[in-house]
Design a protein around this ligand. Sequence first.
Ligand code: C2E
Ligand code: CA
Ligand code: CA
Length: 736
Amino acid sequence: LTNAQFMQWYEEINSGNRFPALESFGHVSKVPDSALAEFRNAEGGFTLFPSGQRQYYCLPGIGIWELNGLPISKGLDLCDEPFGPELAADTDSGSLTTSVFSVTHQQVDGVGQKILGAKTASGGAEKAIGPTLPASGKTLNLTIFAIPEYQGGVVPKTIAGRRAKVEGWTVGAFDSAKIVGSALGARPGIHLSVFKQSSNGANTFLGSAAETPKGNDQMRLGRANFSTTRKLNMAGTWVVYIAASGIEVGLSPNAQGWAVVIGGSLLALFAFIAILLVSRESRRAMGLATETTGQLEHQALHDSLTGLPNRVLILDRVEQALTKARRHHLPIAVLIIDLDGFKDINDAAGHMVGDQLLGAVASRLSSAVRESDTVGRIGADEFVVLADESSLEGGPELVAERILDILKEPFVLSDAPGKPSYPILASIGIAVGARPSAFELLRDADVALSQAKQEGTHGYVIFRPEMQEAVRSKVRLEFDLRGALGRREFFLVYQPVLELGTERVVGVEALLRWRHPARGVIPPDEFIPALESSGMILDVGRWVLEEATKSAAGLERMGIDLSVSVNVSGRQLDNDGLLDDVRRSLRRGGLEPSKLTLEITETTLMSDAQATAQRLATLKKLGINVSVDDFGTGYSSFAYLRQFPVDSLKLDRSFVSEILSSDDSGALVRTLVQLGKSLGLKTVAEGIETREQLMSLQMEQCEFGQGFLFAKPLEIDELVAFMKRWTSVTTATHFE
Ligand code: C2E
Ligand code: CA
Ligand code: CA
């Protein structure tokens, strides 16, 4: 190729726009010393850097050669440090190699940019390459792709052969920070970092789309609400770390959506690699390259199953629509459509049917909206419609209703056996009106969608700002909970459990509290759901077990002999670790197993009866007790209850508070207590607040109870004081 032909091709594939991060791209020629003079003349003369006579030189030829947008000296010998070793390694490998550098360069009058030194950052430590590192000069972080070319166009089989036959290299150098930065754009609240992983596993930081982490220290970004690390393999291994930080994000980002974002951002880079790979073939192949990049670009922006625009392209379209809407004061709305029960169909009928259904939904959606509207797919069963002013004449409600209607019409899948038909119900979240960014409009629609899902009426909900507030406080809570265990913000309080006949204290129930640094002590009902949904309950639950057994053993040593009850959530029971946790806690605390009771709610017991019964059986082999909490609220039957190896029932507080209000409630308590007795179980009443309640419970022969009448949940030293006082009072009454 001549330089002019190269430039023409470069323009043809629209490289400037397609690869804004590209700094240098072209052919490096290996020039033997004997041919140097001729090469120099052909290039119009240059000064060799570094000067001096060598066997051969590696000089930039056809192409664009710049650093920080400034032209590189034509006489720069790239086989000198820092690139020499890379090009040599590339020659030996015979294929595409990538490397990551930070270079320092400086203007030399009349000749161009000269590279003064370079360094690599690996695993946080920086290593200088080449002679001395100057303090002055401009720096640039480069990601370099190089592919060797050999005489005759074939790759010699041996390393010796490759070294002897190498003619030059096609090289592309990108500004690392720009690859990553431009990839994401300035999306609020999202952080993206890319690392190149070398064969020894060390990560070199390439760039990030937000604040720069130090070296390899990406975990310092642990403040994020959501984060994921992914590996991509293409011409090397790339580690991509994405985090959505800050409360502003306000929605649980779905991992799949982000995966698409990464895919889209790095695809530009990979498209370039594809060009490089074919560049050493003929010019004909270059046409192919253009096609390939076109295809890659399409793939990067569209969903492969339905062919609809994906999240990346949708964000782009919404951004454009927003600009237009703001300029001309036009209405705009985004609708996010989530299919209800799709997962069930997918699980029951198989992925093939599921995929076919999604395809059918996609085409129905496309036909239901106007030409000027955009339909996209942004999640497994999540679609998006961007409606412009013409469809919004009747309001977004009308658009939503039309969509819900056309989906209800059963889908007949002709390919599936038996030609089954499926009506599809959906929930729709709508955000109306301009926002500062596309991201915010989609986020608000997403918030409205979760509201619609929650209502469960298969309808639509239009976003209102209060919804964001609710989501925000939920996110904030989860955010604050993270690390609360490590910061020792949790503590336990203990509520005495008494034998109702004698009013002796026989045990305590351990109840969790969270001392929030700003909000003070928070009761468990407010934060346990968040611990459960985030999975943090496993660690916190383990801590509760250890702390409670330790306290009980400590009391025992002080001569206060009490059993202790610990609440266990469904998530813990589902987990294999619970058995080990219980065993370890008992051993460490030095508590007898018979002194520990696990409380499991009736609803948890019923949710997966068989598996739960089995787990309880193994737990019980340790010698501990199991109690059914909130008993009476879950409508479990006698027969049902019998299959569980439990020791006691805890009557829910609601029965106790109503026990005097009507005959019915008294009868109900009697039935529940009798039920327990017939199964040989102890009964414990919760929430006893008055003497009258106590007397009724005693009459119904309920054996044990707890409540504010006796004591509130107490901190451990308060409990010790309470026990001293209480024992002297009860002993006194007994002797009266
Ligand atoms: P629960 O297991 O039903 O616990 C009894 C609740 O009733 C406690 O609320 C207790 O303070 C309250 N209570 C006790 N006596 C009275 C009374 O006379 N009147 C009234 N009105 N209330 C009384 P708390 O401490 O707010 O705990 C609420 C729930 O949080 C617990 O209900 C339990 O389900 C859950 N929880 C507490 N600690 C843990 C824990 O460590 N792990 C798990 N998974 N859940 C816990
Ligand atoms: Ca309980
Ligand atoms: Ca309870």
